[in-house]
Write a protein that binds this ligand. Structure first.
Ligand code: NAP
Length: 306
């Protein structure tokens, strides 16, 4: 095989499309059988060219249908390790299946960052959530807190304000970093209260969450909530990659626009790589650039005849 693409979010799906156009023999691995990555969880995307307003899930499904129409092959498999095997790479999966290919594109994106406060782990699935679109419906008519000040937190707060009776947006500073238009929309929501300069100290409850302790400029108080949505950014999903693939200070793969990681035959696309702007459009661009790099790599490193 020429190429294994690991991850089927915007970067992996775009790479999959470009691999077909380049007539590469390729497989795209996705962990959950659905794909779409974090983009699939976005309530609303209004900055992907060609789509004035679309859900993240619908957008990723459209990308996937596009790839399949061109002949892309998807496998449900979680890569746990990649290692050199002669001139090939060998991708080892959690279920024991192994794939061999001349090149690998790492497009596994990021995982939600944890708050790391007491009670958080214990109440996952019982009030603590990292995905408003997945779990929001359980909080219809209830009171929830969303933690964070970026695009995800504001989008989550907007989404939840249509379902929950009351939404607290808990942010550690006095300004949000989210898109200004979405911030303006948030201000129009009567049932949303922003708790500025506030951090969550712990999450507590009985069978399910009943509240959290918040601290505002040194003053601590109890906040009665039924759910806590953690939206404080993400960390790159790189644990399965070889140590020789260099990381930047924040742990992202140190690869430029061409996706080259410095390890021959191993490329990085999308949110997993060091970059300034993590958006669906930049992830999709990465997928295309990476496949161009793979084509060049395969031409320059032709397999010796057997
Ligand atoms: P983000 O932009 O990194 O924002 C994370 C937020 O969480 C920041 O406000 C940060 O506070 C706060 N935070 C971080 N660690 C914290 C901690 N330990 N305790 C409390 N608060 C903490 O993450 P994101 O919102 O998930 O967005 C990730 C990327 O996806 C961004 O590039 C974003 O633009 C993009 N995105 C785009 C869209 C869209 O365009 N529709 C939607 C969602 C996400 P500080 O502000 O104080 O640092």
């Amino acid at each position: 095989m020429d190429l294994v693409i690991i991850g089927a979010g915007a970067a992996g799906l775009s790479a999959s499309i470009y691999a077909q156009r380049a007539a590469l023999e390729a497989r795209t691995l996705e962990r959950d059988g659905v794909g779409g990555g974090q983009l699939a969880e976005a309530v609303q995307v209004d900055n992907y060219p060609g789509f004035a307003r679309i859900s993240g899930f619908a957008l990723t499904q459209a990308m996937r249908r596009h790839a399949e129409a061109l002949g892309s092959v998807f496998e449900t498999a979680e890569a746990v390790r990649v290692a050199r095997a002669g001139v090939d790479w060998e991708v080892q999966c959690a279920d024991g299946v192994r794939y061999r290919a001349r090149a690998v594109i790492a497009a596994t994106g990021t995982q939600r960052r944890r708050l790391e406060v007491p009670g958080e782990t214990a109440y996952i699935g019982r009030g603590v959530s990292y995905c408003a679109t997945c779990d929001g419906a359980f909080f219809r008519g209830k009171t929830v807190a969303v933690v964070g000040g970026g695009d995800t937190a504001v989008d989550d707060a907007l989404f939840l304000s249509d379902l929950a009776a009351r939404v607290y947006l808990v942010h550690r500073r006095d300004t949000l970093r989210a898109n200004r238009r979405r911030q303006a929309l948030l201000r129009t929501r009567q049932n949303v209260t922003v708790l500025w300069d506030t951090v969550v100290r712990d999450i507590y409850g009985a069978d399910a969450v009943t509240g959290c302790t918040v601290q505002t400029r040194g003053e601590t108080r109890a906040l009665a909530v039924d759910g806590v949505f953690v939206a404080i950014g993400a960390v790159p999903h790189t644990g399965w990659l070889p140590p020789e693939a260099a990381r930047d200070a924040a742990g992202y793969l140190a690869a430029g626009e061409d996706g080259a990681t410095g390890v021959p035959g191993l490329f990085a696309a999308g949110d997993i790589r060091s970059k300034r702007l993590r958006q669906a459009v930049t992830a999709a661009a990465d997928g295309a650039c990476c496949v161009a790099s793979v084509e060049r790599y395969l031409q320059e490193n032709r397999k010796p005849p057997v």
